[in-house]
Design a protein around this ligand. Structure first.
Ligand code: 5GP
Ligand code: ZN
Length: 128
């Protein structure tokens, strides 16, 4: 895998080639739906459901097993709850799915930890 150079913006590590780091830092545009010091959430550019939000840690970490401080999972799920409670469409009341693809066989295409929050249609099981 291509090694990415590490820069720091406002003291925080960012990976210069990582699109989700660029979205978190504001270098790249995205439809941001939630932001705090630790977590950023934005609409997926290729939505797989009527509501499709990506939730990421603001600081770069590749995937679940690279996480050292597990507090970030609490921060992410707290943000998910805020997004769900603030939603005006009513989609989440019918149900939703949270999923994190990890590694190539897991379907991960962007190597910055993220959770997909999907809603607004009937989800299928098993997933493809
Ligand atoms: P993965 O395939 O790694 O689980 O999820 C990556 C997700 O990021 C995909 O659903 C893809 O559509 C989304 N994505 C990739 N590039 C961009 C981008 O530049 N902006 C936004 N908003 N989403 C992106
Ligand atoms: Zn990143």
């Amino acid at each position: 895998m291509k090694r990415m150079s590490q820069k720091r913006i406002k003291g925080k590590p960012i990976m210069s080639e990582c699109i989700f780091c660029k979205i978190a830092s504001g270098e790249m545009n995205a439809d941001i739906v939630y932001r705090d010091d630790k977590v950023v959430a934005f609409r997926d550019i290729a939505p797989q459901a009527p509501v499709h939000v990506i939730i990421i840690p603001a600081d770069h970490v590749e995937r679940i097993e690279a996480v050292k401080n597990y507090d970030i999972f609490g921060e992410i799920f707290r943000a998910i709850n805020v997004i769900i409670k603030d939603d005006a469409t009513g989609a989440f009341k019918q149900g939703f799915r949270v999923v994190s693809n990890s590694g190539r066989a897991g379907g991960q295409t962007v190597d910055h930890l993220h959770f997909h929050l999907l809603s607004g249609r009937q989800m299928l099981w098993p997933p493809g």
